[in-house]
Design a protein. Sequence first.
Lengths: 151, 181, 371
Amino acid sequence: MTNEDLKNKLTELFPSATFEEGGEFINFFIEPSQWKSCAKELKEKAGLDFDYLFCVTCVDWKTHLTMVYHLSSTIHRHSIVVKVKLNRDQPEIDTVCDIWKTAEFHEREAFDFFGVTFINHPDLRRLFLTDDWVGFPLRKDYDDPINMIKL
Amino acid sequence: MENETNKKIPDSFPGEIYPVAGTDVVLTKLDDVINWARSNSIWPLTFATSCCGIEMMSVASAKYDFSRFGFEVARATPRQADVIIIAGTIVNKMAPVLKRLYDQMADPKYVIAMGACAISGGPFFYNTYSVVKGADHVIPVDVYIAGCPPRPEALLHALISLQHKIKSGATREQIKIDGNK
Amino acid sequence: MFEEIGTTEDGYMVINIGPQHPATHGVLHLVMTLNGETIVKTEPHLGYIHRSIEKMSESLTYRQFIYATSRMDYLSSHINNHGCSLCVEKGLQIEVPERAQIIRVIMDELTRIASHELWWGAMAMDLGAFTPFFHAFRERETITEIMEETCGARLTMNYICPGGVMADLHPDFQKKVKSFITLYKSKINEYNELVTGNIIFQNRMKGVGYLSKEDAISFGCTGPVGRASGVSCDIRKLYPYEVYGKLQFDEILETAGDSFARYMVRIHEMNQSIRIIEQLIDNIPDGEFLAKTKAVLKLPKGEFYQRVETARGEFGVYIVSEGGTTPYRIKYRSPGFSNLSALPTMVKGSKIGDLIAAMGTLDLVIPDLDR
């Protein structure tokens, strides 16, 4: 499906979603409360079949966090980017690891580095850092005067 | 007569031969002989955290072949190893593990810091929150090798330097023992 | 960290494999729950080589950050550089000269062969055969020498920069690559005779570490791991970059999904890489090897994503730019990370000895997972 067709179809399915122009993929924003049902649709809806979640990450915009999900379909070979804005003080979002199994590790990574809580995640612990680590290092305001030597 | 007997022991053997009536006598110090023996049989621990590990594998393989110099077999357990080659970055989470491995090794034990990361944190010195800025913050190091990663020849050079250091009794381990006397 | 060792309430035994274990190829830590010798649960613990490259990259310029990625997946360091460089070029819309494109692709494929050869030797060593290690490194040294002559380094080449490659090819390059191809063709049969056809080896690999196609997609497995389960995921074919679209080569697909299938995919992939190099080596056009670029690169505001095929699978670079000289956020999508997440499913219910065979064919490079 071309990007244009895909966009029309997505507008039809998720009327509340907003699109962002630019970039090679279609970017669309969705509310955190709708993300879980949206993810199910994207995976299961015939014609969309986004069965391959190839990148999950989080970006700290200082005022809010944005979860970024890169999705692709192994059947139709089209890709989209779904973004979910989260509250920075209490970032919470539903897990999608029952839809795409790869999300389990990627979500643990996002929890580890950004402190995003994934509701219903089976095993939400720190993955890279030690359990007693304080703070979320990839946030922009993270500072560690002992270990971090600034250039 | 004297020349013939000289050929029987290798040049590297620490000691002198004195011809006494009818036979030859070798005079040496026991410390020197022990150091000489130790330096020619140092078994490394297979400890590799990152890129330098691949160059360490190159040194172990056919072309560079460190068993020529007595680094015969790489051991997987620290209890059988004599030298730990820190091949790669040490991060905060790994540091206790490295210390533990070092403690498990039997004396005398030697440490080689291979590559920029093990010396100082190398390319990961600035703006990282997890890298230990040099493995010598964790365990004492005998020989440092520069490079990112060092060439196999550089590692061979380091291993031979370690041998010289052991033979001359200048390693940290030996100085400590001498100091206790 | 290690107190988990002992027995669970159900009477299962808990053991640690790693972080210092020769079969984990680095510092991976697996906490295994075992019922006798049968694996009940596998729990990977990462972070023993987490060097925070993503955080570091936020303070490095667009020319500098590329070289930190050489140290991530150091066996495909050239391809990592390639991916990052393509991403920056995409943002700046730099046209790369054809000569540079072809040099990059030849180097990519040489890197891939070197990586697979090392994997072949190391995996056979995991299964108890020491000789293949020496055979693999003997041929691999030929490639590292070719690399060294042109790039100046054996392992972390740092040869690619935005706009092309740093230096022109060494005059002997073509001759040496051709002689490597001849050497490789005479040795690949030796590899197959020594290991592939070995009945003991086959018995240890066949039916071990099975991964179904659905699981492979769901876990995001790419590269030889995904292709051994029948998932078509070769980025070089699906989303061609540089000159890959014009080249003749096959995407190797197996359907068995076991360790032996993953093994065979890599062996055939080496042959395909040779095929690609053969097509290009006599057709390197003359001209510039580096496009003219500004001294200070500034990516426009926006987001850029580039995927490339490394020896381990799909490597992705996601750059978020705010228009400055340094990236606002960089995320590396590493192939090994997703491949490892499938390991607990692959080995569940099998014997602990099979774990080594399954993990060996995943071809994990731990700094690639940890970043």
